[in-house]
Design a protein around this ligand. Structure first.
Ligand code: SF4
Length: 288
């Protein structure tokens, strides 16, 4: 007999839910207004609106267009800015071409953008903790005019030069322990260090929920997009706490052999995983 134990925080966070709801709202409004009140053409997102291919595919069937970059968006189109945000230059460029901007930047990301901008203009060199290729980090970088570095780990922080003033700001999905470790590296090489904990509560809650599964389950099925940074962090935390992890994007990725010999199965999901995908996986495991 198998038992399924759900992580007590899993799936869409506030910022992702807000963005997806707004996309659906815009698509439905366009469909009902038949273009009379809204700009001509489709509703666009620059890049994947969320790091979940299955949910993005569903939104595309409703009419969402996903551009590789801002240049691909037609003049005058309606553009939804995803929860990761966009740089100031990109948004101003779209507005300059007559674009209608629906800005769904998550308020937690907005705070990181604003702190980076303020502290840079006050003369602090900005150090961002995060993945330099991630859209959220690129959006925060787009609000800083002065010096800026991005570090992903302690080894990279150790290579930074000594400075008189620095501001350490985190990608919202990082782990607090790593932020503290980076801060302790920088404190010895900086005259005045300002540390902003811009890690969002939703991220911490999902990480703690995975930690609480330790000792209660024989393995964890982690549901989330393979490009999702916060899901990758959940995998790291589960493994660091001794759990056997099966990371899947949807029920199609289930390795049924992995369940063999496991009695209690934990289910966890990243902040960009919709409830319908979680339900599908739970139902399928329950039926097995
Ligand atoms: S994980 Fe946090 S910062 Fe990112 S979209 Fe969700 S609520 Fe916002």
């Amino acid at each position: 007999m198998k038992e399924i134990i759900m992580a007590d925080r899993a799936g869409f966070c506030f910022g992702v839910k807000r963005a997806v709801d707004e996309i659906i709202n815009a698509l439905e409004s366009r469909a009902s207004a038949q273009g009379a009140l809204l700009p001509k053409g489709a509703v666009w997102s620059i890049g994947m609106p969320i790091h979940n291919p299955q949910e993005v595919a569903r939104l595309k069937t409703m009419g969402l267009k996903v551009a590789q970059d801002a240049d691909e968006v037609p003049d005058g189109a309606m553009v939804l800015i995803r929860a990761h945000g966009e740089s100031r230059a990109v948004i101003e460029g779209l507005r300059g071409r007559g674009g209608v901007i629906v800005d769904m930047t998550c308020p937690h990301v907005r705070r990181a953008q604003e702190r980076a901008s303020e502290l840079s203009s006050q003369g602090y060199d900005v150090v961002l903790l995060g993945d330099a290729r991630h859209p959220e980090i690129r959006s925060i970088m787009g609000y800083v005019d002065g010096p800026i570095d991005v570090v992903a780990n302690v080894a990279e922080a150790e290579k930074l030069p000594k400075r008189s003033r620095a501001a350490l700001i985190s990608q919202t999905t990082q782990q607090e322990e790593l932020l503290a470790d980076i801060a302790s590296v920088l404190v010895s090489k900086t005259g005045e260090l300002c540390v902003c904990n811009t890690i969002c509560k939703a991220t911490v809650e999902r990480q703690d929920a995975v930690r609480r599964l330790a000792g209660k389950v024989d393995g964890v099925v982690l549901i989330g997009g393979k490009e999702s940074a916060n899901t990758a962090k959940l995998r790291d935390i589960a493994e660091a706490n001794g759990m056997d992890v099966l990371w899947i994007e949807s029920v199609d990725g289930m390795d049924w052999g992995w369940l063999q010999g496991k009695i209690r199965i934990g289910i966890a999901a990243g902040a960009s995983t919709p409830q319908w995908l979680i339900t599908e996986v739970c139902n399928k495991i329950a039926r097995m």
